[in-house]
Ligand binder design. Sequence first.
Ligand code: ATP
Length: 505
Amino acid sequence: PASSLDELVALCKRRGFIFQGSEIYGGLQGTYDYGPLGVELKNNLKQAWWRRNVYERDDMEGLDASVLTHRLVLYYSGHEATFADPMVDNRISKKRYRLDHLLKEQPEGVLGRLYRAMEVEEGNLHALVQAMMQAPERAGGAMTAAGVLDPATGEPGDWTPPRYFNMMFKTYVGPVEDEASLAYLRPETAQGIFVNFKNVLDSTSRKLPFGIAQIGKAFRNEITPRNFIFRVREFEQMEIEYFVRPGEDEYWHRYWVEERLRWWQEMGLSRENLVPYQQPPEELAHYAKATVDILYRFPHGLEELEGIANRTDFDLGSHTKDQEELGITARVLKNEHSTARLAYRDPDTGKWFVPYVIEPSAGVDRGVLALLAEAFTREELPNGEERIVLKLKPQLAPIKAAVIPLVKNRPEITGYAKALKARLQALGLGRILYEDTGNIGKAYRRHDEVGTPFAITVDYDTIGQSKDGTTRLKDTVTVRDRDTMEQIRLHVDELEGFLREKLRW
Ligand code: ATP
């Protein structure tokens, strides 16, 4: 695996996986562009998720809701009031930080002084942040007195009182920029699922339990985007809202934690690097009954890859009309605008109730980063040279196979290779590349580095011009395996079966 983010960033730029957004104008912080190989890897990961969660199940429907979101959706969901992170400024360096991130980076002595000053039990960072946000003036003074260091300068700072910063991106819909035209870029895909609950239910006649799955962009004005594509301002999520009967929620929550852990392993992440973390009660979001985060050992640390929350009837209960008739258990805002009853009528008893929901919510970009980190391998070869190999699961690799003509100046060979590429491409297994840059050794090395599982070489034997004067190897090619570097010789008619077998899900 990669030992640092830097070596991944370098590989991604060098080989065309990921670039800084708006790079030629100095970069737009917190945005990244996926290049020729990155877009393939990302699409493959999303397709694998969709296949598993929509196509292979009989209790799931897909959805693609809009990014632009009505203000009331994010008012009733609670985002307008509470989707905020605590932020603090250093008056000396003028640098701004997310409070919990800043505190995590402090030396023990500094933190100890802060715990004592705020009278919080030592070691509970979450409680410390909460205490600080309840007494911001005192907290700002305590940070300065405790000598909280500014990571940018390494010096103690003069800290302002911390305050909340709402992370939603605002925009205006239509030509007039006023309160009435205010809308948001969605900060999560989930709300699009909740507000479409009745549409999906009415159009598909689903029975509980069933889920709705969605992949799409989300936007958060993060205070400090960092760690490459780990924390960005524009990212993608793969989210499921799985609706269940109250009382069956704990069972389904456990089920989804197991299922999601299993799936990430099938994508190639090793079990040792995946850590399920049960949030203690004091860390839980106000709407959650239980949350298990799946943490991954990223090169920069053990951090969240996916969160799986039991959100009870909070979401549908928040967005439904007729709230008082539905026996909602969660604490919700009184809804005076919704036109839809987001509830379920029990087919046996005829009684209406609001389903509970289990939400497995994964970040696509964090998934890509984890796959890259896990696959990155430095190997010493027998001849003492080093090679970098991206040991991606073949199904996820950006390029499935490279078809390489041994020489570039023999039209029989290049023409054969081009025709073979077209024939293999037509199988629909993903991208097959005709590769005629550099010599064969360079081509192998490049494809090792971008994770291409198979390199297929067309040579003199292939066109019936073997050195021994025979044509017995006509229409055979060599197939080189990325991981073992071993080469086998196959008849071109065997390639379809070979590739299908190796690339099937
Ligand atoms: P964090 O605590 O790291 O800020 P979160 O708990 O706010 O994350 P959720 O709201 O649970 O994240 O979002 C679900 C998933 O979306 C996360 O597990 C993560 O994979 C992804 N995600 C959230 N914020 C970002 C971001 N700024 N950049 C990239 N991915 C993100």
